[in-house]
Design a protein around this ligand. Sequence first.
Ligand code: FMN
Length: 212
Amino acid sequence: MNQTAQSPDKTITLAFTGASGAPYGLRLLECLLAADYTVYLLISSAARVVLATEHGLKLPSGPQAAHSALVEHLGCSADKLVVCGKEDWFSPVASGSAAPKQMVICPCSAGSVAAIAHGMSDNLIERAADVVIKERGQLLLVVRETPFSTIHLENMLKLSQLGATIMPAAPGFYHQPSSIDDLIDFIVARVLDHLGIHQGLIPRWGYDSRSM
Ligand SMILES: Cc1cc2nc3c(=O)[nH]c(=O)nc-3n(C[C@H](O)[C@H](O)[C@H](O)COP(=O)(O)O)c2cc1C
């Protein structure tokens, strides 16, 4: 898998799954849209439960209604955000001939890690990840669980060996966070760094904020 692959057309697939950490996903979505990316957004049923629980955001299950709710919530422009249904097999992300070369699952549940590691492709999130792996694109998984079982670790090892990047949702503290938003930005900044997207959220190690 090509770790530095970048979509020349600035398209990316982003999936929210049902792990804790919905605010990471929302912030990442906001940053990708601000960077002028077209985002194909996939949301699992469990992710909608987590979004409501952790963020108070109740997203409708229909893609069009979810799109409208997100545009209103984020105050973003509607045209760069494409919300895909769970079984929208005709979405570009479902085929290697059209899918963006980069995909992030943030947050990523242990269940989705397992399904992707075994090539299940039983919903559009799993299929889109399967496509990125087979096309040797860039797949980032922001996994959240604690503790990790041997099953989780084996599945993550398998995906890592296939070229996926496992980014645990475990923020550092060396930037001296003073708010939850600072912790969220730490993780989102690392994801953006890996995608090759300029970010001004957190200085890179060895640089101070004036040199960003
Ligand atoms: C509020 C809430 C928090 C959860 N947190 C986690 C978590 O941190 N990690 C995890 O692997 N699963 C977590 N789960 C369980 C997953 O949502 C569940 O396994 C689900 O089947 C995952 O499906 P998905 O990967 O299709 O979204 C959580 C569920 C809820 C409702």
